[in-house]
Structure formats: structure tokens, C-alpha cells
Ligand binder design. Structure first.
Ligand code: ASP
Ligand code: MG
Length: 422
């Protein structure tokens, strides 16, 4: 059997949804499970709604109404019969959130986020399953929350693998015999049946969980790029497709910030030796990239660019050394504010890091650190990582840049830089 994953961009319009269903159709006689993300930017919009609701600002119900209209417009483009049950189904899914928004916010933000934002994937999969059925495909909608079991770390839930695998293995093979499962990425549920989410961009990870549990032959992530490239075309004009990639290189690249695949996705697949294909939904007959066990190293150096970095330098106030107890306090602060360190450097009297400038939680972190340490901050920087670097590749990215910090090991070079003219 195989697992397909389609992200938000692949289903962002009626035309795109038709394309996705036409790809599924080609595989209709094979055992297939399809994982889908929320449509377009739905997750961001639902996150905004949650935050407005929680902070008692703006008009979250109005924003929800807009999102509902967008989903209904899609339905009108996909279905001719306005009395089709999918219309009620979508309306009812929105009602669940309307009910939440009508009450005063009592629960924690993280909990509310998961209850509200999770409808994005419920909506998209309902629409796609209904459309596929309409096209005569033996598609069945499955609620991922009945299968992916997690703890209650809302927004970043940890999967209970044992329970999850057991349930998937018990139910899915029979269904897959003659039906195509369409289910949600990103969401799961606690043992008390509360909805959880697995972290932003987590649908890839969901697909990996299903694939690993079912010992799938392979999994395919369908993207708007031809496969894994040696750099994001957003930042680099001469990108090259990497036809074959080892699990280790893939893990390294995503660890340093390559956004093509969610970092948690690869390990469960590597454990089971399941090949991960990254292919283009725009050009579905092209082979794309295969991530698998191979001794091949990357054929070309790979570049990862992360803009909007904040460099934070931390020193003990009394100029004592940075030792283990300081460091554990500092790491805890980052963890508690959910801030991921992209680069770090430790010296006798200071500890410095680069993190994404995510606004509010970085400000909160800085406030906390300043209570105990001397903290200096520099914003607007860029972090460049090169895997399999050489001097030529370094020179190429440093044009007009000044290095603030540089870290190198045998394969990877990381440089935190700023523009020279600034
Ligand atoms: N829809 C979720 C998000 O935007 C999950 C995903 O797309 O992978 O984060
Ligand atoms: Mg995505």
C-alpha cells in the first residue's frame, strides 16, 4: 500500500482540488491512503480567529463567516447540486466553532487553538472525499482523531505510537482492500477525546505515522516544486533537483530549516525503510526526488536560507562563566516560550543564539532572560546554511554580506550574516 500527502497549496482552488482527485484516480486500483492539509491559508486564518477570540479583540465571528463563504464558494464550483449532503456537513463543521466563539474564552490558548484550528483539515478532507465520490471513486472519509492518539500537549502533541499503530493496523487493511481512505493531516486526539494538533506543518508527519504503522511500500508528498531542490527557489535562481537523497541528508537539511518536508517526518520512515517520494502535483508524471537508504551523498551543495533572524547574546551579569546551571536555565526559557534555536555558540563568558523573529514570544523570552542576564539583541539578520560546502559556495552567498557568526563542521557550514549596506 502507499500513502499520499497533499498540502494546502495543492487544494487551494476548485481547479487544484480537481487536479488532486485526478492524481488519486490514476491510483484507484491500488491500496491508497490520502492525507490532506487544510485548504490554502485556512490554518493561518483559523489561528488568527483563535487569537482574536482569546484576546477579546477584532471580530472573530466575522472572520469565521468569511472563511465559511470561501469554503462554500469552493463547493459551488465543485458540485452542481446545492442540496448535496456535503453542504450540511460543511455548515455543521463551522457551527462547532461558532459555538465556541459565542462563549467567553475560559480555556488555555493552546487548547482553544487545537479545537478551533483543527476544523481546517476536517473541512478540506470532507470536500475532497465528497468530490472524489462524486467522480465515482471508492473514497471513504476517515476521522484521523479516531486513529492518531496523543498526549495533551496542545499545539505540539506527542504521539502515542503504540496505541496509534495498533488501531490503524486493526482497521485500515480491511478498508483499504476496496476503498481509498481520505483523512486529515495535522490532527489527533487525547485519551479523553479532545482534539490535538501535531505542530504547524504537521501533515507530513501524519502521513509518515500512517505509512509507518501500515508498513507502506512508499509515501509521496505532492508539492508545487519538482522535488527536493538544492535551495528554495524563493531565494535562489539556479536551483537543481536532487533525484535521490539519503534519510540522513534529508534529516540534516530539514533540521537546518529546509521547509520542503516537516523535520519529524523522516525518522519513522527511515526506521521502517519506507521510501519517501517528493513529487510535483503540477507535473505528476515526473519522478521527483526519492528519499531512501542510499550511500549517495548530495550531488550538489545545498543551501538553506532563513531570513528575519534575531541574534541574542547572553552573559551572566556578574561576568561569571557560562556554566551548566546557567545553560540549563537558558534552554528552559527557550523551551517554555516555544522558541527553536537555529544556531548556537557557547564561549566562556557568553552564550549566543539565532532564532526566528516570531514577535511576541521572542519579546517575552527576552524579558525573562533580562531578569537574570545581560542580553544584547540584533535583528534583521539572515542565517545561511550550506550542506557539503566549499569555499566557492561560501563566496557565492557572501556577496555584500558581513559575517556575524560562523560555525563549521566537516559537512555543514552555518553563517549568520547581515547586509553590508545596513
Ligand atoms: N494545515 C496545517 C498548517 O498549516 C498543517 C499542514 O499544512 O501541514 O500548519
Ligand atoms: Mg504544508
Amino acid at each position: 500500500m502507499q500513502v499520499f500527502k497533499f498540502g494546502g497549496a495543492s487544494v487551494k482552488s476548485a481547479e487544484n482540488i480537481k487536479n488532486v482527485v485526478s492524481i488519486i484516480e490514476k491510483y484507484k486500483d491500488t491500496e491508497l491512503l490520502v492525507v490532506v492539509s487544510a485548504i490554502g491559508k485556512t490554518t493561518d486564518k483559523l489561528a488568527q480567529i483563535t487569537s482574536d477570540y482569546f484576546k477579546n479583540q477584532g471580530d472573530p465571528l466575522q472572520l469565521l463567516e468569511q472563511l465559511k463563504n470561501e469554503h462554500f464558494e469552493l463547493l459551488d464550483q465543485l458540485f452542481t447540486d446545492r442540496t448535496a449532503s456535503i453542504y450540511d456537513d460543511i455548515a455543521n463543521t463551522f457551527v462547532e466553532v461558532e459555538w465556541i466563539l459565542e462563549e467567553e474564552a475560559q480555556d488555555s490558548f493552546d487548547y482553544l487553538f487545537d479545537q478551533i484550528v483543527s476544523i481546517g483539515e476536517l473541512l478540506s478532507t470532507k470536500i475532497i472525499a465528497a468530490y472524489a465520490q462524486n467522480q465515482g471513486l471508492p473514497a471513504i472519509w476517515v476521522d484521523a482523531r479516531d486513529y492518531i492518539f496523543t498526549d495533551n500537549t496542545y499545539q505540539e502533541a506527542k504521539v502515542d505510537w503504540e496505541k496509534t499503530e495498533e488501531k490503524i493496523r486493526k482497521d485500515f487493511p480491511v478498508i483499504l482492500d476496496d476503498q481509498i481512505i481520505i483523512t486529515q493531516g495535522f490532527i489527533g486526539s487525547t485519551s479523553e477525546n479532545f482534539t490535538t494538533t501535531l505542530g504547524r506543518e504537521g501533515s507530513d508527519y501524519s502521513a509518515a505515522i500512517f505509512a509507518a504503522s501500515l508498513n507502506a511500500e512508499n509515501i509521496t508528498i505532492w508539492k508545487d516544486v519538482p522535488g527536493v531542490l538544492n535551495a528554495d527557489p524563493k531565494w535562489f535562481d539556479q536551483t537543481e533537483l536532487i533525484p535521490e537523497l539519503s534519510y540522513t541528508d534529508a534529516i540534516e537539511l530539514t533540521y537546518y530549516g529546509a521547509t520542503v518536508i516537516h523535520p519529524k517526518t523522516i525518522k519513522p520512515l527511515q526506521n521502517k525503510k519506507i521510501t519517501l517520494n517528493v513529487r510535483s502535483f503540477i507535473n505528476p508524471s515526473a519522478p521527483g526526488t526519492q528519499i531512501k537508504t542510499t550511500n549517495q551523498t548530495l550531488p550538489v551543495p545545498s543551501f538553506i536560507f532563513k531570513v528575519n533572524q534575531v541574534f541574542i547574546n547572553i552573559q551572566p551579569r556578574d561576568f561569571s562563566f557560562i556554566v551548566e546551571d546557567n545553560l540549563s536555565h537558558i534552554f528552559n526559557a527557550f523551551h517554555n516560550h516555544r522558541i527553536k534555536i537555529n544556531m548556537m555558540h557557547n564561549s566562556a563568558i557568553s552564550f549566543s543564539v539565532s532564532v526566528d523573529d516570531t514577535g511576541e514570544n521572542v519579546l517575552n523570552l527576552l524579558e525573562q532572560l533580562k531578569q537574570r542576564y545581560k542580553v544584547s539583541v540584533e535583528k534583521g539578520l539572515e542565517l545561511i546554511t550550506i550542506r557539503y560546502y566549499n569555499q566557492q559556495t561560501i563566496d557565492r552567498v557572501l556577496v555584500n554580506k558581513e559575517i556575524i557568526r560562523e560555525l563549521k563542521d566537516s559537512y555543514t557550514c552555518q553563517m549568520l550574516v547581515k547586509n553590508k549596506d545596513e
